[in-house]
Design a binder for this molecule. Structure first.
Ligand code: QAP
Ligand code: CO
Length: 168
């Protein structure tokens, strides 16, 4: 297993749209294992393949307190169960140090393939629903900052660029 390098906003590679996974081979299994290790190492609750510059429709989340309940979603799809939304303070390992309140549907059905290639469906509420929607946005090249005003997004962009330049 390995901790992978995470792309930082405004890296344009975060805007790529990921491709469906056609076969779950050893390379995909290794990627999933590395995504989990990278997420836990960064104290994250979710990570998408997009964020490590691999443009395949794969994400991992773990919203448990003990950080012992990984959920692996390959080619995920969601269905919104009702139009009620909840506001959460969202962060992102690709936007380090910034948290912003975002409103999203709070009850969804999630359908995906597991590592065995079997399709399964689970209901997601609250933080799980938020995290899965946040990570699925990454697979479509979207970032939670896209829900904010241009001014807020530009300010965060400027600060992160400044930090990344200072780090060289
Ligand atoms: C998405 O993001 C998420 O800035 C996952 O300094 C997060 O795990 C969905 C993190 C919150 C809903 C609510 C961010 C860790 C982790 C940071 C993450 C940081 C350290 C973000
Ligand atoms: Co994110």
């Amino acid at each position: 297993m390995a901790v992978l390098k995470i792309l930082i906003f405004p890296d344009q590679r975060l805007r790529a749209v990921a491709e469906e996974v056609l076969v779950i081979d050893d390379e995909i299994k290794k990627l999933v294992s590395n995504l989990l290790e990278t997420m836990y190492e960064g104290n994250g609750i979710g990570l998408s393949a997009t964020q490590v510059n691999i443009h395949k429709r794969i994400l991992v989340v773990d919203v448990s307190d003990e950080k012992d309940s990984p959920l692996i979603l390959i080619n995920p799809k969601i269905e919104v169960l009702n139009k009620e939304e909840k506001i959460y303070s969202e962060g992102c390992l690709s936007v380090p140090g910034f948290f912003e309140e975002i409103s999203r549907p709070s009850e969804i059905n999630i359908t995906a393939l597991n590592l065995e290639g079997e399709r399964f469906t689970i209901m997601g509420t609250d933080l799980l629903a938020v995290a899965v929607q946040h990570e699925m946005d990454h697979l479509d090249g979207k970032i939670f900052l896209d829900f904010l005003s241009n001014l807020k997004r530009q300010t965060i962009k400027r600060k992160l660029l400044k930090i990344s330049k200072a780090a060289v």
